[in-house]
Design a protein around this ligand. Sequence first.
Ligand SMILES: Cc1cc2nc3c(=O)[nH]c(=O)nc-3n(C[C@H](O)[C@H](O)[C@H](O)COP(=O)(O)O)c2cc1C
Length: 179
Amino acid sequence: MNDFLSLAKARQSDRAYDTTRPVEAEKLERILEAACLAPSACNAQPWRFVVITDSGLSEKVGKAAAGLGMNKFAATAPVHILIVEESANFTSILGGKVKDKHFPLIDIGIAAAHISLAAEDEGLGSCILGWFDEKEIKKLTGIPSSKRLLLDITIGYPVKEKRKKSRKDKEKVISYNKY
Ligand SMILES: Cc1cc2nc3c(=O)[nH]c(=O)nc-3n(C[C@H](O)[C@H](O)[C@H](O)COP(=O)(O)O)c2cc1C
């Protein structure tokens, strides 16, 4: 099978991590390099990746992602990559206004995909989180309150088995040459 397809099939949202096993700095650097290589509208790269590796801070950030029964596992993740939306460049902003699309949201989604696939490629597990206490995490990490913290990606060595993928039938989401 094609290598990329195998990687895409293997990646899953891992929601339990080995708390005794730290993530190697070299692995993290390669994951972040992959993040920085993501495409973005007009190459604006409207992101900043705030990498949380300090164990005390990681736990606090993880706790700030938990609430209403969601994301309890996040406090056990040894690493969090927080993706902050930064200002896009003039052409991306102008193009977005003309076409009524906020490109940075799309750009950051693609960067998140690079991160989670790169983590899988390094033998690590990850989970993209959109549900967290944005204010609290900003306070903990010094992210200015004026900025949007869009995603938190937890990373660590997974402790659970791979699950079977649950996806819509291809016929429901793919069509050729017409809607
Ligand atoms: C933008 C976004 C936000 C997400 N937020 C959360 C979250 O807050 N908590 C969580 O456990 N999973 C979250 N997920 C993971 C999805 O639930 C998961 O990708 C989906 O169920 C498919 O499962 P899989 O990733 O294992 O293939 C999020 C995924 C994306 C792309």
